[in-house]
Write a protein of this length. Sequence first.
Length: 290
Amino acid sequence: MKILALNGSSGFLGKQICQFFERKYTILKIRREDYLDPSALADKLKGVDIVVNLAGARITPVASKKYRKDLYDSRIYTTQCLVKAFSLMDKTPDFFISMSAIGIYDYIHIHNEESVNFGDDFLADLCKDWELVANNDNPILENTAIIRNSIVLSTDGGILKTVLPFFKVGLGTVMGNGMQPFSFIHISDFLRAIDFVIDHRISGIVNLAAPNFCIYLDFCRTLSKRLERPLFLKVPAYLLKLTMGEQSSMLLKGQKVLPEVLLNRGFRFEYTDIQEAINSLINFTHFESH
């Protein structure tokens, strides 16, 4: 059985990847302490076929300098260590997947993988540096996929798990006017897409997002309808900007992203729009009984 090495295994997506791939690969978990010595990390990665670089502190609308440093170090430093370990190996892994995010793109254009219309805020700059490190001096560059991930919808974590308790009791909230783009991917399609990228050895930039992005208001309305709860609360944009400053852009703006690489290579999404995704994840009877 082939070996898949993964960092970030304790996070929401890391746990999902471990469960999904454990029947197909032997899973080797890269721990935080492994990054203290690139040479020891290189030894640990001997015989590994695939490396998935998923490490990174959770992104939330917080503006403190310490939080920003944690975000930066948890992504840039770990990726630097991995690339350094590759350079010390006689035989490198066959394939390297390094995560990034659609936050690299601006809020104006529609983006496929060829887009160079990047944002100019902190999160966009973080993604740029993250991708640069994954490619810079990487001895397996030609076998590297940079995954620009969108919002992953799952009841086990992420935004959906966060907002569900409020929507279930009729306290669902629309941020701003709700017209901000909302690019997403169902957890099942996320996992299947990672598997597809590995099996087809798709290198370069890959957008992980459903083919039909929506607006945030559609997400809220679909969730409220599924739960048979009202939706009438709104937080005005000016109030968010007043209380959160520049970090309010995380809630008031979004990216319009298309997964052209996956579609052109023949990947079939199971959940192509927000209604299909929400309906598959939310069982009204189940939530009523808890």
